[in-house]
Design a protein. Structure first.
Length: 125
């Protein structure tokens, strides 16, 4: 087996009606979490959340579209030129713009080995 994996986004397993693409599991990544979140135009139901309990920080990389992220009441505009890192504690909520939003979310807990989130496994609901 080769020491690399190449896949198109369209060939990766997704859940939530295609909105949550299981990039980590589809690519065989074991060292960190990474998923692709795809939101339709003007979508506002992405859950507000934090990772205070787990300690996970996240990096959001915008792949396409636009939108905004509210972090503890501060608005951050999102576009393909913008990267956003959020530590574990701040609450964050993402909203898609008029063209929708596609973002790669990379996560991990500083100083700890990666722990797989069961929902991100292939064939998990």
């Amino acid at each position: 087996m080769p020491d690399y994996t190449v896949k198109k986004l369209s060939d990766m397993e997704a859940s939530s009606g295609g909105g949550f693409v299981k990039a980590r599991a589809s690519m065989g990544v074991t060292a960190f979490g990474c998923q692709v979140i795809q939101m339709p135009p003007d979508y506002g139901d992405y859950p507000e959340h934090d990772h205070a309990e787990s300690g996970q920080e996240e990096l959001y990389v915008i792949l396409g579209g636009s939108g905004r992220m509210d972090i503890e009441g501060e608005r951050v505009d999102l576009d393909p030129e913008t990267f956003v890192r959020v530590a574990a504690e701040p609450r964050r909520k993402v909203f898609a713009g008029p063209d929708g939003l596609r973002m790669l979310v990379i996560g991990g807990c500083p100083g700890e080995p990666y722990k797989v989130w069961s929902r991100s496994e292939l064939s998990a609901a």
